[in-house]
Design a protein around this ligand. Sequence first.
Ligand SMILES: [Zn+2]
Length: 345
Amino acid sequence: MQLPREVVVGNNTLSMIGDICKRLGFSKSAFIVTGPHTRNVAGKLVDDLLDDAGINVEHIIVSSSTLWDVKAVEEKIQEIKPQVLLGIGGGTKIDVAKLSSAHQNIPFMSVPTTASHDGIAGPLVSLKGLSKPYSEMAHSPIAIVADTNVIAKASHRLTASGCGDVLAKFTAVRDWKLAHEVKNEYYGEYAASLALMSAKLVMKNAKVISSGEENGIRMLLEALISCGVAMSIAGSSRPCSGSEHLFYHALDLIAPNLALHGEQCGVGTIMMAHLYGMRWQRIKETLEKVGAPTTAQELGVKPDHIIEALVQASTIRPDRYTILERQKLTYDSAEKLAKTTGVID
Ligand SMILES: [Zn+2]
């Protein structure tokens, strides 16, 4: 079980980054992975703060997040041999940092500038060009430093998407339990409870999260971080990723780059919750409350894309048993499901 040693969430926590690095024994050198935009949002500031703390710091700007970017970062790691790698940005920059540091066997720190999904805290990476169309294990961050002041300034769409990724745990945990019952798969009650608690807290606090105020952002960040820890405890993405994530992967293959990860997972959760006979309306209402999409139109995809993705979802990852295995969807039953839940007209 790999867990972060320091998790620092709050207002102006970036100012503590030099101390945090030193406390973890990284007093000599650090290497920052950031994007062109996130460099201005936080990357440059962290660079200066580490420099002030007497830490030798270099940075690389990656404008995309492909395996080529991972390779470029790895080459730089081999060249400058830093003690720690910092991933500063939204999900993708952190994924590039996570995977390259895992390959090069050096610790990495996660410094998210958005609260858009649980990859900011967990051990998995999801990058285009990996051999599989779903997330792979890399390693957990040694520390997470999330500055609510910075994250509150990000687009609300990203925050709403983060809520979708947390609400997904309602069905992910059910799928995990089902796989345990039917396939005798390992099921960890502690990890499952932790993921479920995060989803319940986001549901309960939807209003304050939607306000964009700092305490709402903090609540969502804590939920996302707990989800990341749940995956670290489980040693897999099981507590956080079930049939609703399979629907996301399928939809993202059929209609690429139209909607965010958490947005698609949120819509998937509504439909998978219906398959389980859960109170799917509550999930839908929560998504509406936080301003996340609940329909094909709001996702920016065609109704046919939704139906196709529902049918394809179970083929994405044959080793992952979910409700979609027990209740195979045809085009007709998928259309009916999407219509009943109001995802399509
Ligand atoms: Zn996710």
